[in-house]
Design a protein around this ligand. Structure first.
Ligand code: SF4
Ligand code: SF4
Length: 353
């Protein structure tokens, strides 16, 4: 799905995923270590300031996190992604990382890269290198970083992080979210990452802020349909979807992964802030209850006979982020589907005449 936050590193062999889903084993987990970040990106849907965070609950302590991780290990979790906010900005990050590594997880880290410096590499050398790192690239210069992330020398720092991670042969990929404020850098970003020899891809998908933070999604993001006019009929065909009978028919994470928020909500993914369960009475119970709640979700009634459905890339997570409810349609999602449908119909007519 467009905008799906299921971390790239969680793509594991099909057979493992299939087995995990059939047996409801959370083979893959993501833990948000913090809602705080040393950047302040305009399009971020998760970063909070201390006051906003205090309205959303309490940060899970190191001991609670490690207890949950031990339970996850017992339940079969193998792939563990650490994210934030900026995970490395958490003061006890290294204590947590050391313990998680000892538990035997294959740990991936999602980071802005600014804190992966020579000192961090010494720690990784001491505690064990991560299984993979995915860095977010926000632009091709320090000026763009200042504009988009309000960060000084952000580009110089990520350049150094890439160099250090490559020297230590850590599997690395870079991703960018392209908004109006950094779109002029896109060509240069591809050039630079090619020179660095690192896999890079970008998305224009920006969701509204789902969990109490404030972002500029509605003014900064590009509408996918703005590009659709340039697509050929064949390319538009590739954007067709079969109507999902079950809301999670096309979801890569459902039934085999979970996302633990910094304040202890167990949910399916970053965007699915409802339904969620609480881990206070143990992960196994919370996981079971979460899957029961997800299983009970239905497609929005409007979608059942919608003629735009085949061009609609909705999923419960996207609906949740855009309309605050996984079963409620959102104007932005519907308008994109409708525009794609109309462009497709016009191109079809043109071809026939
Ligand atoms: S509901 Fe599934 S497909 Fe949608 S964003 Fe979440 S993980 Fe991705
Ligand atoms: S366009 Fe709107 S009503 Fe139609 S399938 Fe998509 S979300 Fe549902």
């Amino acid at each position: 799905m467009i905008g799906c936050e299921m971390p790239f590193e969680n793509i594991f062999p099909y057979t493992i995923g299939k087995y995990a889903k059939e047996h409801k084993i959370p083979i893959s987990a993501t833990i948000e270590l913090t809602p705080f970040c040393n950047f302040n990106c305009i399009m971020c849907y998760v970063r909070l300031n201390p006051e906003e965070a205090s309205n959303q609950g309490e940060l899970l302590s190191k001991d609670k996190l490690l207890k949950i991780a031990r339970e996850a290990k017992e339940m079969g979790t193998l792939y563990l992604t650490l994210t934030g906010g900026e995970p490395l900005s958490r003061p006890d990050f290294w204590d947590i990382y050391e313990e998680l590594n000892k538990m035997g997880f294959l740990i991936s880290i999602l980071s802005n890269g600014s804190l992966i410096d020579e000192i961090a590499m010494e720690k990784f050398n001491e505690y064990g290198m991560p299984y993979s790192v995915k860095l977010t690239l926000y632009g091709a210069s320090n000026e763009t970083y200042k504009r988009v992330c309000n960060s000084e020398n952000g580009f110089t720092k990520i350049e150094n992080a890439v160099k250090l991670l490559k020297e230590n042969q850590v599997p690395l990929s870079l991703t960018a979210t392209i908004v109006k404020e950094n779109a002029d850098d896109l060509r240069e970003m591809y050039k630079i990452t090619k020179n660095w020899g690192v896999r890079f891809y970008h998305t224009i998908s920006v969701v509204k802020s789902a969990r109490g933070s404030v972002n500029t999604a509605e003014t900064s993001r590009f509408a996918f349909d703005e590009f659709a006019h340039h697509l050929s009929l064949e390319q538009l065909e590739m954007h067709k979807f079969k109507h999902p009978e079950f809301p999670f028919s096309w979801c890569s994470g459902y039934g085999k992964s979970f996302w633990l928020t910094w304040n202890g909500h167990l949910q399916l993914c970053a965007f699915m802030n409802g339904p969620y369960t609480l881990v206070d009475s143990g992960l196994e119970k919370a996981w079971k209850e979460l899957n029961e709640k997800l299983e009970a979700l239905k497609n929005p009634t409007e979608c059942e006979n919608c003629k735009y459905s085949e061009f609609c890339q909705r999923c419960p997570g996207m609906l949740c982020a855009e309309s605050s409810d996984a079963e409620t349609v959102s104007d932005s999602v519907c308008n994109t589907a409708k525009t794609l449908y109309l462009i497709y119909q016009n191109k079809l007519k043109e071809e026939k005449t």
